[in-house]
Ligand binder design. Structure first.
Ligand SMILES: Nc1ncnc2c1ncn2[C@@H]1O[C@H](COP(=O)(O)OP(=O)(O)OP(=O)(O)O)[C@@H](O)[C@H]1O
Length: 218
């Protein structure tokens, strides 16, 4: 098992005290699987991805990822996790403005010691970025920036890709193509994909789907 979540709890502090968001989430994900996470707005989907990616800590429960206990890692351990095992595609693309698109795509892979120029070029072609490699992020459209962020994550060949509505900024035709490319690229490397989506249609293309409701997997 690549990822195993057990009895995960997380609350945030509101005006009238703690507001529980996750109330005992259990989830298993094997290498090579793709899983869609659905749920109404505010149900805690992004919170769950942040906990798995080591961007925030649970109040209770365990996150076992590729043999590591994510909730117990210190800051440097969590940073190492994000450099090596986990790749994130979140709604903020966090591209580096001073680097070209090509260098942005290679950035994560270089940090992970896995840069491969041919793979980077193949990803750029598959995601329609080949004509834009020498441009800078500010010269790209929102959708092109989003695809650059996806290419950057996949170029580093993480064991687990966490994606929060990765096609949210794209028109339906481009979204279909990008989702198809993501599924193929993830399965080619034997990685797993955990993707938040509001689209029934996209959820149906994933291997499995789970629905978050009232703080638990329904
Ligand atoms: N850092 C935070 N501080 C306080 N409250 C937070 C924080 N992050 C999330 N929340 C609250 O936790 C709840 C779940 O938020 P989350 O972003 O995980 O939902 P979501 O299911 O991803 O929603 P959406 O589909 O709208 O993106 C919301 O009520 C939100 O306001």
């Amino acid at each position: 098992m690549l990822l195993r979540l057990r009895d995960l709890h997380k609350s945030f502090t509101g005006a009238e005290g703690p507001v529980p968001v996750l109330r005992g989430v259990d989830l298993d994900l094997e290498a090579g699987e793709s899983l869609a996470l659905t749920g109404e707005s505010g149900s805690g989907k992004s919170t769950l991805l942040h906990l798995v990616g080591g961007l925030d800590r649970p109040d209770a429960g365990s996150i076992a990822l590729d043999g590591a206990r994510v909730e117990a890692l210190d800051d440097s351990g969590r940073a190492a996790l994000r450099r090596g095992t986990v790749g994130v595609v979140f709604q903020q693309f966090n591209l580096i403005p001073s680097l070209s698109v090509g260098d942005n795509i290679a950035f994560q892979a270089r940090l992970a010691g896995r840069h491969d120029a041919r793979r980077a070029m193949m990803l750029a072609e598959r995601l329609g970025l080949a004509p834009h490699l020498s441009k800078y992020p500010e010269q790209l459209s929102g959708g092109q920036q989003q695809r650059t962020a996806i290419a950057r994550t996949l170029a580093a060949r993480p064991r687990l890709v966490l994606a929060d509505e990765p096609t949210g900024n794209l028109d339906e035709t481009t979204a279909e193509a990008v989702l198809g490319a993501m599924l193929e690229l993830v399965s080619e490397t034997g990685a797993a994909l955990l993707m938040v989506t509001h689209s029934e249609h996209h959820a149906a293309r994933m291997g499995r789907r789970l629905h978050l409701h009232a703080g638990r997997i329904a």
